[in-house]
Structures are given as structure tokens and as C-alpha cells.
Design a binder for this molecule. Structure first.
Ligand SMILES: [Zn+2]
Length: 209
């Protein structure tokens, strides 16, 4: 079987996300890169698929944070080739990944993000029901069993429920940094406890005003 048939088999084996039994049994939330890889990898093995990344472009930028520290931003354009082990037929997906880190992990993070979205988009991994569930999670309420997406450094990732972007610290109009925690607090106050990025929050409040 060529790569087209094999990718189809992998997709057919993807679970119906949002069915609690599947979710509990697997113990993951279908968002973080590690959990996605943990789940997709056995299906690739089973159906004879492997993927090879090729970084096509890389840009790095160093920016100063408000606290005087350095942040390194890395943006990668990555081509992922998905091969069939049987005949070497392949398909490719080119995606961008962006990562920021104060140390040496911005490239790792950018690669992780690129891989995650390549898998998401090639395999059409369904997420809607999980997103709705995430909306109800109170960021202050963390039970030990709960799994949530984390970045390469193990920090929890909060994702905007409206546009799907990861929340990152931003600089407000007054030049003060609005941290991710501040943004969660704003979401609690003005968006009914949902996780939303400042831009979407602005749109939301404008709409209801
Ligand atoms: Zn948003």
C-alpha cells in the first residue's frame, strides 16, 4: 500500500476525541505535542508510516523583555515528509513553527509546534470537543490527574478558545507587560472564565458593549 492508503488507515484508527471513555483510558488531552506524538507514533508503526523533518528556513531574533531579560524568538519553516515503509512513496507538508525561550530552547519549541501542526493538519485530528472542555477548565483548579498541554520546558500552555493561539506575555498600551496569568485573570473577569487572548477579549467586549 502506498502512502495515501496508509495515511488513510492511520486516520481511520484515530479515536473519536471527546468521548470520555477514550480520553480517560488514554489519559491525555489531545493538544500537547508529547501526547499527540505518543498517540500517533504507534499508529504510524502499525501502518508503516514514518516522517522526516527538513528545516527549510530559520530566523532568530533576540528581544529584550520588560524585565531586562533576553528572549530568543525562532521561526522555522519545516517540511515534513511522510513516507510509506513499503514502497517509499511520500507526501509532504510544509508548516511554520514559532518558539520563544530565554535560554536555548526556542528552536526545540518551534520544531515541536511545527510537528504538532503538521500532524494536526495532515491527519485532520479533531479537537472541537476537547476545546469546549478546555473552556470550562479553571486555570486555578489543577488536579494531579489532569493532563494539559505543555511546552518543551514543561510549562503549561494556555490557548485562546476563540482563535486558538497560545497565550504569550504582551506589552500593554502603557508599556507594562501583561503576563499570561494577567490574561487568564482578565478572561475570568470579562469573558465568563474562558481562556481568551487579549485581541479576542477586545473583540468580545466590543461586541457585547
Ligand atoms: Zn484569540
Amino acid at each position: 500500500m502506498d502512502i495515501y492508503g496508509r495515511i488513510g488507515k492511520v486516520m481511520a484508527d484515530l479515536p473519536a476525541i471527546g468521548k470520555d471513555s477514550v480520553n480517560k483510558q488514554q489519559g491525555w488531552v489531545f493538544r500537547g505535542i508529547d501526547t499527540i506524538v505518543n498517540y500517533v507514533s504507534p499508529l504510524f508503526v502499525k501502518h508503516g508510516v514514518f516522517m522526516v523533518p527538513q528545516v527549510l528556513e530559520s530566523t532568530r531574533e533576540e528581544r529584550q523583555t520588560k524585565n531586562g531579560g533576553n528572549m530568543i524568538y525562532t521561526r522555522l519553516k519545516v517540511k515534513y515528509l511522510f513516507y510509506a515503509t513499503s514502497d517509499g512513496s511520500s507526501i509532504e507538508a510544509i508548516v511554520d513553527g514559532e518558539g520563544m525561550d530565554s535560554g536555548d530552547k526556542s528552536t526545540n519549541k518551534a520544531l515541536a509546534v511545527a510537528m504538532k501542526y503538521a500532524l494536526f493538519q495532515v491527519l485532520c485530528i479533531p479537537t472541537e470537543e476537547m476545546e469546549q472542555k478546555e473552556r470550562l477548565i479553571d486555570p486555578d483548579e489543577t488536579s494531579p490527574e489532569e493532563s494539559y498541554p505543555v511546552d518543551m520546558a514543561g510549562n503549561r500552555i494556555y490557548r485562546c478558545c476563540d482563535c486558538g493561539r497560545d497565550l504569550t506575555p504582551i506589552t500593554g498600551k502603557d508599556g507594562k507587560e501583561i503576563s499570561v496569568m494577567d490574561q487568564l485573570e482578565l478572561g475570568r473577569k470579562y469573558a465568563g472564565g474562558r481562556i481568551v487572548c487579549p485581541e479576542c477579549l477586545k473583540k468580545n467586549t466590543r461586541k457585547s458593549a
